[in-house]
Design a binder for this molecule. Sequence first.
Ligand code: ADP
Length: 319
Amino acid sequence: MKRIGILTSGGDAPGMNAAIRAVVRTAVYHGYEVMGIERGYCGILEDWMTPMNSRSVSEILQKGGTILKTARCDAFNSKEGIQKAVEVIQKREIDAIVVIGGDGSFRGAEDLHKAGIPTIAIPGTIDNDLGYTDLTIGFDTAITTVMESVSKLRDTSSSHERMFVVEVMGRNCGDIALFAGVISGAEEVIVPEIPFSLPEIAHRVKRGMSGGKSHYIILVAEGATDPYIFTKELEELTQIHTRLAVIGHLQRGGSPTATDRLLATQMGARAVDELCKGRSGVAIGLQGHTLTAKSISEALAVRDTLNMELYRLAEILAR
Ligand code: ADP
């Protein structure tokens, strides 16, 4: 093996740059050349590639987003697309690919592996929706951003004795809402994994407000319900002024937290170590405090479940 290609794919996440930096510098340390592939899998099909060295990744550890750009690439997701990708990779004399992205990107990586290209996948998504790993790169920064936003909304919520519904990202996964809810002291956490009853929430709101709570913060995961309808109906049921705050893409950006930088750095280095060992089709993950390297197919087969212990704790602490 002489040359490694690296790409970021799907939704961007803070810490992707830290992972790119670790992959490039670890590869250079082991004597490999690195090719930076731009805009995800589209960059393979379109041959958007530039050689990278240690200096190419200077000053990016602290930056959000991804210097390699990212994209969703439907053309890759077909038999012809994979075949074309393999041809370009071979023409460019790239011996292995490191992919940083979410579950869709992992499926692409698995396809490349099956087509005979040595491939390693690193989990980069703010959603934390990959069940095989305790953490994905970007999640800690996203929940920190939500925590800071909620802390500001809480000031207004208390001062005006108003309720705030805060919509957060996560697609079909409630982790951002749950973890951010716990660290922000939210009164309610609405996640796609658990059905909710609006009248019951309204009852708790009224009980909380009449019991001395001056604020009420409800975190709603985007996959759980329509936040506009939810807010309107809750206001009607409670007769308490309710405002909706949509944090949106603010939670996708920003400088990565210490946890995300460390995770991305260790995962990036481990990806190259796995290639050095001759492995392919491998997903880097974290279990407890230990990095793991299991097959991508095994990783994708692990169902992502909500941390019910934390969910119950959120309920207890919100009283
Ligand atoms: P994420 O990686 O963040 O989950 P997407 O689901 O949009 O983001 O996937 C990113 C890219 O990965 C897609 O645009 C496509 O190129 C590739 N991809 C997604 N699903 C598959 C699949 N089933 N097989 C092959 N490639 C896929």
